[in-house]
Write a protein that binds this ligand. Sequence first.
Ligand code: ATP
Ligand code: MG
Length: 263
Amino acid sequence: MTASSGISIRGVSKVYGQGERATTALAPIDLDIEPGEFVAIVGPSGCGKSTLLRLITGLVPRTGGELTVFGKSVTAPVTDIGIVFQQPILLEWRNVLENVLFQIDMRGLDRARYLPKAMELLKAVGLEDFADRRPYELSGGMRQRASIARGLVHEPPLLMMDEPFGALDALTREQMRIDLERLWMETRKTVVFITHSIDEAVLLADRVVVMSPRPGRIETIMTIDIPRPRGLGARKDPRFVAATDAITEIFLERGVFSAGGHG
Ligand SMILES: Nc1ncnc2c1ncn2[C@@H]1O[C@H](COP(=O)(O)OP(=O)(O)OP(=O)(O)O)[C@@H](O)[C@H]1O
Ligand SMILES: [Mg+2]
């Protein structure tokens, strides 16, 4: 790849605060993400995952290093981007369709032009029959689906997801994972997906970035070449087992887990 076409992270670090209260959230890290690639970032709580996402999106300034997104140095919030947060923040007074279109309104784009896209995305996330419902009429999983549709409606080339399934029950989470893979296979956006779940990272990503406890560093980057769609069956794939074992081993060594049972 050329450094200009995707995301290029060179020696990027982040220290919050100053003096005695300074917190090094991210040690200098290097990472390249190719256009159309699905990258998952997995690591323990507080290792700087959300910080890295905020740096890439330009929501907070980096302390050091070089960071380019689509060839441009990040110096202000990147606009060509969709963000899905852990909590689906929906406007209660807007129905589902209007919540998706909020993205368009906020950007001053033409609603009429994006209406078909909004409907198409609601269909893709299984909410076409709920377009005129208010958020309080939806389940947690449905709310998260609506927020994913909102994150994609302006057709951003880059989708940043910060533990988007963190608040969901295990069954819904598995379904969302399968649906997200399908959506990604159809659209081939560049995706940066943050998660605490080793399984989820390995099942979704082309590459998994494994981070170590604070101050966050990249421990290793693992290429996952399980064929897609991975669906439910991939959990039995020896490559899934090998990758999740290897990541678990790293977390054991770093004290994120302590071994019990049969180890
Ligand atoms: N605005 C801030 N001001 C000061 N310190 C912060 C700020 N945001 C994060 N930190 C610190 O930076 C470190 C990394 O935080 P960050 O939110 O990036 O972690 P994380 O990996 O996303 O954790 P989690 O998995 O719990 O979401 C933590 O020690 C946190 O206390
Ligand atoms: Mg976080």
